[in-house]
Design a protein around this ligand. Structure first.
Ligand SMILES: Nc1nc2c(c(=O)[nH]1)N[C@H]1C(S)=C(S)[C@@H](COP(=O)(O)O)O[C@H]1N2
Ligand SMILES: [Mo]
Length: 510
């Protein structure tokens, strides 16, 4: 191999050493302050919408894995270049590692949930990487100089370089594996959650007879937690221990309030049925789910702090820095069940869905209301504060749009001729669904049977009998809400405040 090839390899090994040492230090000294995650999170926050959306569409819930792999690959290439720089000029590679360390340091200490020792992993990692590249490239230089001048010592110097490079790679590998095993062993929040017993609700959700239609292929009335869609900017699921959790209510309030988890539970828990929807849900998409939530009304919590006149927004903040801006009126309205949820479908909130406390507000898209891993409610104004997605191209206010979806039959599942059912779900949170109509092959609109609604905040299921004949058929669906409004026919994109359009799908009957 050419000298430059060896130098690039030496740089790459030093790069892996940087990351592995940083991971170990992060585990021991500053839990969760992994520079790779910090840099990845920084990228998540700065990539523009046009770059983010295709990645999400392409990789779905693996988008985070894809991002980390990209950051890792870029770091490896940069480290190889640092090896070449060190070969070109002594110390130039060391300077490159120092610059990379400074960038990782900036990303680490500016994270919302940065621990006081967050500076240690990138600093010590960079020291290890810089030392690695310098020592290895010096050894390479000696070998190559010996090659040119004194052939007798070539073998010794060659072995020395290879030995050092191998040792560096081995140390990196061991440290990397150890840090992974260690972090799995110490992430005890899953255990804390499993042991948690929530009090019984003071009022239970009433589910009327006929609330669930039994049709094969139709979404269940309540989406199981394991199937519930997940959308957030968090590269690693935040670990929040309920015993140390505090909710601060501050800003434009008469009295700043701080609540512990037990204080919150002590306010009285009630059960609610609310269908959550993501603004990124495409027509026919699955970024929507219905759950039985256990929680405390937000208005009760706000009442303790007494919002001042002039306030019109509540900026809810997550431990990871994400924020949502919700109209104050939607949270104080006695007619709307905006809640701080601690339970989901009979269990404590799953870690990915915001354990231990999240917000859920009927009728508003998740990004303006449903803050997970909640830590603060700041009473403020839309004029004074902006939430996470506002400067990133999404509307400040975003009520959920009336929508309907066909669950069965599906394009990818051919069916046989004969009597069958066309079925799906429809939602118009806070208003309710009055009617769902189905159109077959461009014919007349036929009214579907609706499930008995739990309330206006949950979706309803719908179904229509169909005698399917052989061949291809186009099925379309549209809903009307209880205010008499027909679902918007015109297709619009998800940005800036949610997609519209009637779903139409092609099915093959064999
Ligand atoms: N902390 C935090 N909370 C968040 C988000 C986030 O990125 N970070 N995303 C929001 C968005 S866009 C949606 S649609 C919902 C999704 O909630 P789920 O993952 O429980 O389905 O969470 C909201 N809460
Ligand atoms: Mo969302």
């Amino acid at each position: 191999m050419a000298t430059w090839g060896w130098a690039a390899l030496a740089g790459a090994v030093s790069g892996v050493l940087f990351v592995a040492v940083a991971e170990v230090v992060a585990l021991v000294a500053a839990r969760d302050a992994s520079p790779l995650i910090a840099v990845g999170s920084f990228v998540v926050d700065i990539v523009p919408r046009w770059a983010k959306e295709p990645a999400i569409q392409l990789f779905g819930s693996n988008d985070k894995l894809f991002l980390l792999a990209t950051v890792g690959a870029a770091a490896l290439v940069a480290a190889a270049v640092a090896g070449l720089l060190e070969l070109w000029r002594r110390w130039a590679g060391v300077v490159a590692f120092a610059v990379a360390g400074a960038a990782a340091l900036a990303a680490s200490v500016t994270r919302a949930d940065a621990s006081p020792l967050a500076f240690l992993p990138p600093v010590l990692g960079a020291v290890a990487g810089a030392a690695g590249v310098h020592v290895l490239v010096e050894a390479l230089r000696r070998w190559r100089e010996a090659d040119a001048g004194d052939p007798a010592s070539t073998g010794v110097d060659r072995r020395r370089f290879l030995w050092l490079t191998g040792a560096g790679a081995a140390i990196a590998a061991i440290a990397g594996v150890a840090s992974r095993i260690g972090s799995a062993a110490t992430s005890s929040i899953a255990g804390v959650r499993a042991a948690l017993r929530l009090p019984a609700p003071a009022t239970r959700l009433q589910v009327p007879a006929g609330a669930e239609l039994r049709v094969t292929g139709l979404s269940p009335l309540f989406t199981p937690n394991a199937d519930f869609y997940r959308v957030d900017t968090a590269l690693t699921v935040p670990s929040v221990d309920p015993s140390g959790w505090r909710l601060t209510v501050d800003g434009l309030v008469e009295k700043r309030v701080e609540l512990s988890f037990d204080d919150l539970l002590g306010m009285g828990l009630h059960e609610y049925g609310i269908t959550l929807t993501c603004v990124s849900n495409e027509v026919g998409g699955n970024l929507v789910g219905n759950a039985r939530w256990l929680g405390v009304p937000v208005r009760d919590v706000l009442a303790r702090a007494r919002p001042r006149r002039g306030a019109d927004m509540v900026l809810s903040r997550s431990v990871d820095g994400f924020t949502a801006g919700t109209p104050l009126s939607a949270l104080t309205d006695p007619g709307r069940d905006a809640i701080l949820a601690v339970g989901m479908n009979g269990e404590p909130l799953p870690l990915e869905h915001g354990f231990p406390v999240r917000m859920v507000v009927p009728g508003l898209y998740g990004y303006v209301s449903a803050t997970k891993w909640l830590t603060e409610l700041k009473v403020t104004t839309f004029a004074a504060d902006q939430a996470y997605w506002t400067p990133r191209g999404y509307s400040e206010k975003a009520p959920i749009k009336l929508s309907s979806r066909i669950d069965t039959p599906r394009v990818d599942k051919p069916l046989s001729a004969g009597p069958t059912k066309i079925a799906g779900v429809a939602w118009a949170q806070t208003v309710g669904i009055q009617k769902v109509e189905v159109q077959i092959d461009g014919g007349g609109w036929q009214e579907a049977t609706l499930s008995a609604p739990i309330n206006a905040d949950t979706w309803v299921q719908w179904s229509l009998d169909w005698n399917a004949t052989s061949g291809s058929h186009t099925l379309a669906v549209r809903a009307t809400d209880r205010a008499g409004r027909l679902q918007e026919q015109k297709r619009t994109a998800i940005a800036p405040n949610g997609s519209t359009g009637w779903q139409s799908t092609l099915v093959r009957v064999g």
